[in-house]
Write a protein that binds this ligand. Structure first.
Ligand code: SF4
Length: 500
């Protein structure tokens, strides 16, 4: 039996293999007569096969004896499996293509050993694609300034270690998802690059670059604040993030210390749940004596206002929340920051901005050089709105009716504090302060003046930190966090201006 050596690149995809397989099938070459090799890979185990130079050339010198067709479903299976990294994949694919000639329904036979292995490879390729979608972390790179040119697109770089040759397969996903920025993903199996118009692919192996865009600390703060110690499943984390992903993710270095403190935090949380909520009971006791509308007439101080807010029953939100969360800060603060509503932790603590979003805000304020103690922090709605999912309370945005019912309290806070700059965080606060006419997408990051003369108040609209947290660490999240930080520097500039 004449044997042929067919050599392919390690990252060869479907087409080069298809050309060789078609030539062999047309000449009725048995699978055993083909030695599929990877260029630069290991040689034949026994070193007995003669490489005829170009195996394909030797093969095509043999006369064609038949025409060959493969069903679309078989081609799809072979196409999907051939980006696997198993060196035996080319031989397996040919064996299947050969056997299909005598049994067109072979690809549907799940119990066949060849088909089972091919399907397993397809599954592993998909898992690898899924991991890449989940674990690629872009880092922004400086854009060189060219004289007389503006509007340069932002550039991002990422490092990832795929297990299989999936780059060309996964590239369209990233191009579609991150279309408004330039990016390069480097891997040991090649690289993909997007410039806004074209996707370029290179099979040249890359070395891991140094990646730092200065946002590492902010990401750590976000990750640590959203880490739920009651749901720690280290085995599942390890299973989902084996070594090659684990070592390249920025947050994994935090996990050991977070896990170490998880038991204590869970115990603290359990103890907190057992604590009574005095303000809630106070409110229940006083509900019957209170009018259903906010009482505003006798409030002269923030303390008096807070006492009234704590007993408010003007909308249904007071029924399920633990307590009203009132504003906090100096009575003569020059800047008031208005969020949406208290979250789960604020509801339990009775203080605004102490949960994950608040921690992100504090961190960003610190980085912008703004003293939190100089700000009056409050929310557009004073009671926590949520829905129950098992024992968990899941945040729900207040609706228009809740915002309208609570607006008198916000107006009263503004009238007492008389801030010169009011910062709205998110769409709910924007609507509470400016009515429904403004769209968050139009005004985010901008400022304007309301009123004239002594009554003039500057307004600044920023994203809500909880939205930034939900965006995660992708490119959009990084971009919006950067815009948020930039917006907060205006607070420092405002505080630095005398007489504002
Ligand atoms: Fe009153 Fe506002 Fe609470 Fe509704 S959310 S009960 S209006 S304080």
């Amino acid at each position: 039996m004449t044997r042929y050596v067919l050599t392919l690149e390690d990252n060869a995809d479907f087409e080069p293999w298809r050309e060789m397989a078609r030539a062999a099938l047309q000449r009725a070459v048995l699978p055993e007569a083909l030695d599929w090799r990877i260029r630069g890979g290991e040689t034949d185990l026994f070193g007995q096969i003669t490489d005829n130079g170009d195996g394909l050339e030797a093969l095509t010198a043999v006369p064609v004896v038949k025409t060959v067709t493969l069903r679309a479903s078989c081609l799809a299976l072979l196409r999907d499996m051939l980006c696997h990294s198993d060196p035996a994949r080319f031989a397996l694919a040919y064996r299947i293509a050969w056997r299909v000639q005598g049994n067109p329904h072979l690809p549907e036979v799940a119990t066949d050993a060849d088909i089972a292995r091919a399907r397993q490879m397809v599954r592993q390729n998909r898992q690898d694609c899924h991991k890449m979608m989940a674990f690629v972390r872009f880092r922004e790179q400086p854009v060189p300034q060219r004289e007389g040119q503006g509007g340069e697109r932002r550039r991002f770089l990422a490092w990832f270690e795929p297990q299989h040759h999936i780059l060309e397969r996964i590239a369209p996903f990233f191009a579609k998802r991150f279309t408004d920025m330039d990016w390069i993903i480097l891997t040991p199996r090649g690289s993909i690059c997007w410039d806004g118009k074209d996707l370029a692919y290179s099979s040249e192996p890359c070395e891991q670059p140094e990646l730092d865009d200065g946002f590492g600390e902010l990401w750590d703060t976000y990750y640590a604040s959203t880490f739920n110690p009651a749901r720690v499943r280290t085995k599942a984390m390890r299973r989902e993030m084996p070594g090659r992903y684990w070592k390249n993710l920025p947050e994994t270095r935090l996990i050991p210390q977070l896990v170490a403190g998880a038991e204590v935090r869970v115990r603290t949380m359990a103890e907190q749940e057992l604590q009574p909520a005095p303000a809630f009971h106070e409110r229940l006791r006083s509900r019957e004596q209170l009018p259903a509308e906010p009482m505003l007439d006798t409030t002269e101080t923030l303390e008096g206002l807070a006492a009234q807010i704590r007993t408010c029953t003007a909308c249904p939100l007071h029924c399920s929340a633990t307590q009203a969360v009132v504003g906090e800060g100096p009575a003569d603060a020059r800047i008031m920051v208005v969020g949406e509503q208290p979250g789960d932790q604020e509801d339990l603590a009775g203080r605004p901005f102490v949960g994950p979003a608040g921690q992100l805000l504090h961190k960003a304020l610190g980085e912008a050089g703004v003293d939190r103690g100089a700000l009056y922090l409050t929310n557009a709605v004073k009671h926590f709105r949520f829905r129950l999912q098992g024992r968990r309370r899941i945040h729900q945005s207040p609706d228009v009716g809740h915002v309208a019912a609570c607006r008198p309290w916000l107006e009263q806070e503004i009238a007492l504090v008389r801030p010169k700059l009011i910062v709205s965080l998110g769409a709910t606060a924007l609507r509470a302060l400016d009515g429904p006419g403004m769209a968050m997408a139009d005004v985010r990051g901008t400022s304007w003046t309301v009123g004239t003369g002594e009554n003039a108040v500057r307004r600044l609209a920023l994203a809500h930190p909880s939205w930034l947290l939900r965006l995660g660490e992708g490119a959009q999240g990084n971009a919006e966090r950067r815009n948020f930080s930039k917006g907060l520097t205006r607070l420092r500039e405002f505080l630095d201006q005398p007489g504002t």
